[in-house]
Write a protein that binds this ligand. Sequence first.
Ligand SMILES: Nc1ncnc2c1ncn2[C@@H]1O[C@H](COP(=O)(O)OP(=O)(O)O)[C@@H](O)[C@H]1O
Ligand SMILES: [Mg+2]
Length: 333
Amino acid sequence: MISLQFFTSNLNPSIHASSLSIFTSGQLCNRKTLKPHLKNRTHYGNAVQSVLQWNRKPELAGETPRVVVITSGKGGVGKTTTTANVGLSLARLGFSVVAIDADVGLRNLDLLLGLENRVNYTAVEVLNGDCRLDQALVRDKRWSNFELLCISKPRSKLTLGFGGKALIWVVDALKGRQEGSPDFIIIDCPAGIDAGFITAITPANEAVLVTTPDITSLRDADRVTGLLECDGIKDIKMMVNRVRTDLIRGEDMMSVLDVQEMLGLPLLGVIPDDSEVIRSTNRGYPLVLNKEPTLAGLAFEQAAWRLVEQDSMTAVMFEEEPKKRGFFSFFGG
Ligand SMILES: Nc1ncnc2c1ncn2[C@@H]1O[C@H](COP(=O)(O)OP(=O)(O)O)[C@@H](O)[C@H]1O
Ligand SMILES: [Mg+2]
């Protein structure tokens, strides 16, 4: 039986791949806590055994603020979901985070975060001098070190003149705030590679490329990788979203190893296709805030951890006994 395993590049003594405990939802969970949630998911049977134990605060690598653009090329692959869940995971880990919704035409990060009723001003109004920056920043009531900034009102066309330079101005203004610069500025990029994409990537010095394991998404991701590199963004990590092990086993879906070989990028995270993501999207309550741990939520938390430490994984194919086959071989176990 061929299976996939991941190895993290930062060898970390406090990570025990075979541990039964996981650090999630601000508390230490164990197999018993997870069991009811996982009981109907037989293919996740051995899952808990392989979850990582991270019961310490991650060490922030690199200069702050880390300005990270979440991009993909193709739409609907999970950029906004990743921005919301990774952003809030970072806040839960104690870092100050500003998430910028740069998807102007189809703004929806505010909806995913359940903050839509609190967006009174946007970055366009700040630039026009109609309000102050702090008035346009929406502070999350659940995690006060997480703030949202929308570039413009929904359905509005990007006003002429709001391009990369304007976004750099916004990022500089965030850096120069009286209360101090945020640790992370996460930019939710629009789909496509036109003006909105260029604007979103301009202030970034690193990128998370979200892709699903299908050829259309991969082709777009490959094109976007080239564009990011041309723009001087060399630190690009990929997030493989909506992975289904049942389809991979039946050879109806590309494996994560295939994806990694095709794109040649370090792997930040692998997120299972999980109906909990859709449920949480519709409730405006990001998955990582759920009291009950979810598989996708845990995977987002692990990705956030790796982002902090500038760590990545390598997918490795290896032979194993059939009984050992389990979903969580995707998670470093
Ligand atoms: N891992 C996942 N499992 C199930 N559904 C997902 C997953 N990731 C994203 N989705 C769903 O896919 C849709 C598109 O996600 P979204 O984050 O808005 O994509 P994008 O920002 O790239 O356009 C949403 O309905 C979201 O709930
Ligand atoms: Mg989006």
